[in-house]
Design a binder for this molecule. Structure first.
Ligand code: CIR
Length: 248
């Protein structure tokens, strides 16, 4: 497994955000948290490949949103936020080494954070960033089933839903429609904890801000690594957004 990642640049303090702490993002702390995140991925057996930092694009650290990677193909996303559109060029260059790459274009709008792959079925969040046109385009072009899912609150589908393998879905039912996931074993987050977690092999990375979820996943037998990603949470990000996984 390879993960594309990009360290934050000083401009990260200006990232898009609706989080109350957005004015207090600390660049040095973010860089340190990012390095610990990459180290955790390496310990989980992932090879981390870095894209060059992109000072002109404050949100470029959230590489997950720029592309959708499937076993035999990849798409560059058509991002709705104008300030993010320029992030995709370097991601496309890097992805071309591993997959044939196609480019999605308006009127379809989509961020990678809205595409959740559950054993080869793509669940596509209909959110502020991703529209029905994009879900339909994917359904026509991808060689796998696609299922639209309404996102009621929060930025993306994967902000509030994560598939861990073994039929287990972590989800926040207050934020996303859960009916499409009826066939999965659901772990519903409590209070203000985040369902955003990242499974790589037997390891699950969980934000340190969700300790009750971490405990429940350990009780279910997962090898959980808790990470402080507080500076990225202040920019509406989570553990999935910081990498773009390319299964080998
Ligand atoms: C944005 O608003 O686009 C970024 N500040 C956060 C993106 C988080 N990405 C993700 O959940 N996949």
């Amino acid at each position: 497994m390879i993960a594309l990642a990009r360290e934050p640049s000083p401009s990260f303090v200006n990232a898009l955000s609706e989080h109350p702490g957005k004015g207090t993002i600390d660049f040095a702390r973010a860089l340190d948290q990012h390095r610990r995140y990459a180290a955790a991925l390496r310990r989980a057996g992932v090879a981390v490949e870095y894209l060059a930092p992109a000072e002109s694009f404050p949100d470029a650290v959230f590489v997950e949103d720029a592309a959708i990677v499937l076993p035999r193909q990849a798409w560059i996303c058509s991002m709705r936020e104008p300030s993010r559109r320029g992030e995709t060029g370097t991601v496309m260059e890097a992805l071309r080494k591993y997959r044939p790459v196609e480019v999605l274009a308006p009127p379809a709008y989509i961020d990678g954070g809205d595409v959740l792959n559950v054993e080869g079925t793509l669940y596509v969040g209909l959110s502020r960033r991703t529209n029905r046109e994009a879900a339909e385009m994917l359904s026509r072009r991808a060689s796998c089933p696609t299922v639209p899912v309404a996102v009621h609150a929060g930025l993306h589908l994967k902000t509030s839903a994560a598939y861990l393998g073994k039929n287990v879905l972590v989800v926040d039912p207050a934020k996303v429609e859960t009916a499409p996931f009826a066939n999965l074993r659901r772990v519903e987050v409590e209070g203000d904890e985040s369902a955003n977690c990242l499974a790589v092999g037997d390891t699950v990375l969980v934000s340190a801000s969700s300790p009750r979820l971490a405990k429940r996943l350990r009780d279910l037998g997962f090898d959980v690594v808790e990470l402080d990603i507080g500076e990225f949470e202040k920019a509406d990000g989570g553990v999935t957004c910081l990498s773009l996984l390319i299964p080998g």
